[in-house]
Design a protein. Structure first.
Length: 656
């Protein structure tokens, strides 16, 4: 074997142009922020020839060669050469052309040939079930989103209205006439962007689009952290999709998975014949819940690989933010492990010190290099300071999913109304900690799969009551402090669980009751954006106060939202979460307004409700109540949420 390898090296192609010593130094330190323009396949013109330079990190390999369409997948034609102690192998291949497929042939430290490996830093891939990498063009995309990028920081600030429509690109709208295929990026741009903007959402959030071998993972087991999935088109087409979103005033957030990766033999697992990206010890390196491998955050090159991946999406593709998946599993060494199945940190504790250092470095780097981009944590524990700045000991995220609010409120709303009085705290407890972090309220894909039922299906009662409960719950969600996220299909009360192999039941919009829920979500988004009190102080306690938080016998809640801007109108929100109408229900309000306007009523006929309400306007009375000098006598419709503002301010803002 040794003589064979020597002969293969002797037949190798010219080794120029090479990576510079600074590149190699930064790779080894984990501080090379542009690996997508350094490692992998880089089209070049060198020595009078067009071709591509290939480079890959495989420090423990005995030998590495490039195989592909340009050499008939022959591992003897293009052996690579090692660049000293950096662990990087490289070669320039004049025959290689943009669009051609390739892999790396790798021999482990013992001389054994491993399964052929896809490029970890490939910027394009073969369409699954194929597993090869593809040589991508290196030219920058042509962008037309200058206005968006200039205003993005303000649009994504904690004081801005942020309402996110979460979408699985592969199943949002399938083409039934063509075997149920998924839409391509251009088709999604033509259909999804106008829909989301008409619905009043400010952002799209896409389930992971990084290339992944198994479609049933929904992208949460990615292997190509630098490449948009070939399922939906070429990388340039994804860039064009983002560009069109920005031109339409719509932000784009991607789910991104740095916590773990699948063990497919063509991927990162034992890439050079040794545990390279993963831990050697399964007590650190095996994620038992998903049968995946955990990144070794203590290794410089691995941290650099992941941070460079994040920057690839934020810088190369102008993506506006990343929702970092499974952060809780990264923070704790004993996450989902029994005693004896995990290793403590150097201090004997359960905290993953290497992962927390990685997250801080990641978020600090993004803040420095990508002004206005947001980092969002899916984190389900009470870890302190997830959204606190790194220089104050925090993790440095901009927002955190409020999983506690989600679980508590869904448990409450799923109960028969007759029992809700005994669980009143499920709706009030979230306000105890609502301002400890900058929160986003998520009703995500995770809540409508695996036997959990759809959002509509969680609601108790007959069909009318289910729809009324759902409308009231959505009204409560949009009134509650925190940014909003809603998964596709929930906006029109899809009865069935999400199925990634099928579209949501769009034909339900032929029924007025489902069209009414969709109209309500649209109007909630418009109201949320138009009223500063509903978003400006989302993360500040002075933006919220209870009016009625203790009427468990009637299951009624009333709260005030306030804005930071002087002169901005407060917003009163009242929820009646029983099917019993409440007449002449007194609610205290701040003065000096003499009348309040009913801006939204989830029981309105236009939304499929009974039409009960207050005629659009209620006069205040000089009758003290709930700590205020004035009060309103309201009719509270059954299973409904009301939103009211002082009449003068409402008139200035205009109708919905």
């Amino acid at each position: 074997m040794k003589n064979d390898l020597a002969a293969m090296r002797a037949e190798g192609t010219a080794l120029t142009p090479e990576l510079g010593e600074l590149d190699l130094h930064l790779i080894a330190e984990g501080r090379h922020r542009e690996l997508g323009r350094c490692l992998g396949a880089q089209p070049l013109h060198a020595n009078g020839q067009d071709g591509a330079r290939f480079a890959v990190w495989a420090p423990n390999a005995r030998h590495v060669a490039v195989i592909g369409q340009f050499n008939q997948w022959d591992a003897q034609k293009h052996p690579m050469h090692a660049r000293g102690a950096s662990g990087v192998w490289e070669v320039f291949i004049p025959e290689a052309r943009i669009g051609e497929l390739y892999k790396f042939a790798v021999w482990g430290p013992g001389g054994q040939r491993l399964p052929d490996k896809a490029d970890p830093v490939a910027r394009a891939t073969e369409k699954p079930p194929g597993t090869a990498s593809r040589i991508a063009a290196s030219q920058p995309f042509t962008w037309h989103d200058g206005n968006w990028m200039r205003t993005r920081t303000a649009r994504q600030d904690a004081a801005a209205p942020i309402s996110v429509y979460e979408v699985h690109a592969g199943s949002w709208l399938r083409v039934l006439e063509e075997g149920g295929r998924s839409l391509q990026w251009q088709e999604l741009a033509d259909r999804l962007i106008p829909y989301a903007t008409r619905m009043g959402f400010t952002h799209l959030e896409l389930l992971p689009i990084m290339e992944h071998p198994f479609g049933g993972s929904w992208g949460y087991q990615p292997l190509s952290q630098f490449a948009p999935s070939a399922r939906f088109g070429a990388p340039a087409e994804f860039a064009a999709f983002v560009d069109r979103c920005h031109q339409a005033g719509l932000g784009v957030i991607l789910d991104w998975v740095p916590a773990h990766f699948p063990s497919d033999e063509h991927g990162l697992a034992r890439f050079d014949g040794t545990p390279l990206y993963e831990h050697a010890d399964p007590r650190e390196g095996l994620h038992k819940d998903w049968n995946t491998l955990i990144y070794n955050f203590g290794r410089h090159e691995v941290r650099g690989f992941l941070i460079a991946s994040a920057l690839e999406w934020l810088e190369r593709y102008h993506v506006d933010g990343l929702r970092v998946d499974a952060v809780a599993s990264m923070l704790y060494r004993d996450y989902s492990r029994n005693a004896g199945e995990w290793l403590p940190n150097i201090h004997g504790g359960r905290e993953n010190l290497e992962a927390t250092a990685f997250l801080r470095e990641l978020n600090s780097t993004v803040a420095e290099r990508c002004p206005g981009a947001v980092m969002i944590a899916e984190e389900s524990t009470a870890w302190p300071g997830v959204t606190a700045p790194v220089d104050r000991g925090g993790l440095g995220f901009h927002f955190k999913w409020n999983m506690g609010w989600m679980h508590d409120s869904l448990h409450y709303i799923a109960r028969d109304p007759v029992h809700r009085r005994f669980h009143h705290h499920d709706m009030t407890f979230g306000l105890v900690y609502a301002f400890s972090e900058r929160f986003m309220l998520p009703i995500s894909h995770d809540e409508v799969v695996h036997g959990k039922g759809s959002l509509f299906g969680k609601m108790p009662g007959d069909e009318w009551q289910k729809l009324a409960n759902l409308r009231a719950y959505l009204g409560w969600m949009w009134a509650h402090p925190g940014k909003k996220l809603l998964f596709m299909g929930c906006e029109f009360a899809q009865p069935a669980e999400w199925n990634h192999d099928a579209s949501p039941a769009w034909d339900l919009l032929d029924r007025p009751e489902h069209r009414g829920v969709q109209r309500l979500v649209r109007d909630l988004n418009r109201l949320y954006t138009a009223q500063p009190a509903l978003h400006q102080l989302d993360a500040a306690p002075e933006g919220f106060s209870w009016v009625i938080g203790d009427d468990e016998n009637n299951s009624v809640f009333a709260l005030l939202r306030r804005a930071g801007a002087e002169g901005a109108a407060p917003v009163l929100v009242v929820c009646n979460l029983t099917p019993t109408p409440r007449h002449h229900y007194r609610v205290g309000v701040p003065g000096p307004a003499q009348a309040w306007r009913e801006l939204l009523n989830t029981d309105a006929g236009a939304y499929g409700g009974s039409g009960m309400g207050n005629g659009g306007r209620v006069n205040a009375q000089a009758a003290p109540s709930h700590g205020h000098a004035h009060s309103l006598l309201l009719t509270l419709p059954p299973l409904a949420t009301l939103v009211l503002v002082p009449d003068l301010a409402a008139a200035a803002s205009g109708p919905l």
